[in-house]
Design a protein. Structure first.
Length: 109
């Protein structure tokens, strides 16, 4: 697992947010709600909208296009949607908030 620092630890003391971030060439959506940070893919699997333009509702991110909802912890869409988003592990450390990417099995020379 490769870990990347995305926020300073003070972000936990600030207001809740939904925002787009870019980490190691990947466009992601970061959500702070109830003193927790979640990081998910930024594109909605239904219509490709930027989830970072959406909002958070009861632990779910809401897509701004068609109001599809995804659980921030599991990535699962609500019943009947049949889709999901990729979630990324988040660690709170003394020096900041980190997200993890799995190391790729494939190596290119």
């Amino acid at each position: 697992m490769k870990w990347f620092r995305v926020f300073s630890p003070e972000v936990l003391n600030g207001n809740d947010f939904v925002k787009g971030i870019e980490v190691s060439g990947r466009k992601l959506c970061a959500v702070k709600t109830s003193d927790k940070i979640f990081v998910i893919q930024n594109k909605c699997p239904h219509a490709g909208a930027d989830l970072s333009s959406g909002w958070c509702n009861n632990g779910k991110i809401v897509c701004p296009y068609h109001r599809h909802e995804f659980d921030l912890s599991t990535g699962r869409g609500i019943a009947g949607q049949g889709n999901y988003v990729i979630t990324y592990p988040v660690e709170v450390r003394n020096d900041g908030i980190y997200i993890g990417f799995k190391d790729s099995f494939w190596k290119f020379w």
